[in-house]
Ligand binder design. Structure first.
Ligand code: ADP
Length: 197
């Protein structure tokens, strides 16, 4: 079966995690953050080492490894009963992050909508990430060069994912607004596109 999914797409610091966690509180909505799953890996495992190697430079982890990790984690969450594919819609934060991953996921997800969190002010993004670096002790947020590289990777690799899904699925949200206003805009779009939730 294909998992019903809402995709969260946006540059680092655009608010995917903040908004995704809020949406994940809605009954029958299950929030999945690819970055969180990577960060939970022990740095002693080979997968954890590979993740550190790429993320510390602001690069994406290899596609098949990422999609395998996604699949295994979703299966584990299904077996533990945290996620019920028949009832729940998956909110995917940070995956797919390029067109190759979107193709690898094609047989596994049924995207209902894609929320594109757009924060055009680069300085605001950098400020948000540096604040998060202190709060969450994230090395990839601390260094401006690494941040610049992640923003570049978003433009070259992730932005084409918007075209892959096409304008019918994409809802653009101005996430330079404060979190509550952004949440309001998302709730409006979601209740329009998914009246049953
Ligand atoms: P952000 O969106 O703020 O950059 P994430 O927590 O989503 O942060 O991702 C942190 C890092 O984890 C990325 O820079 C990348 O190295 C790795 N990562 C997360 N998701 C993916 C993915 N789908 N494909 C490859 N690498 C990923």
């Amino acid at each position: 079966m294909k998992y019903k999914a809402i995709l969260l797409i946006g540059a680092p610091g655009s608010g995917k995690g903040t908004q995704g966690r809020i949406i994940g509180q809605i009954p029958n909505v299950f929030y999945f953050s690819c970055g969180d799953v990577f960060r939970e890996l022990s740095p002693r495992t080979s997968l954890g080492k590979t993740f550190m190697e790429y993320s510390s430079k602001g690069q994406l982890a290899p596609d098949s490894l990422t999609v395998d990790l996604w699949r295994n984690t979703i299966q584990a969450k299904t077996q533990s009963g945290e996620f019920s594919p028949e009832q729940d819609v998956l909110v995917l934060d940070g995956i797919p992050r390029n067109v190759e991953q979107a193709m690898l996921l094609r047989d596994s997800i049924d995207p209902l909508m894609a929320l594109y969190l757009d924060c055009p002010d680069k300085n605001q993004i950098i400020q948000r990430l540096q604040r998060r670096a202190l709060r969450e002790n994230r090395l990839d947020d601390a260094n401006v060069e690494v941040i610049e590289n992640r923003l570049k990777v978003f433009e070259t690799e992730t932005r084409p994912v918007l075209d892959f899904y096409g304008s019918d699925l994409i809802c653009k949200i101005d996430s330079s607004q404060p979190p509550l206003k952004t949440m309001y805009a998302i709730a409006h779009e979601m209740s329009r596109a998914l009246p049953d939730y």
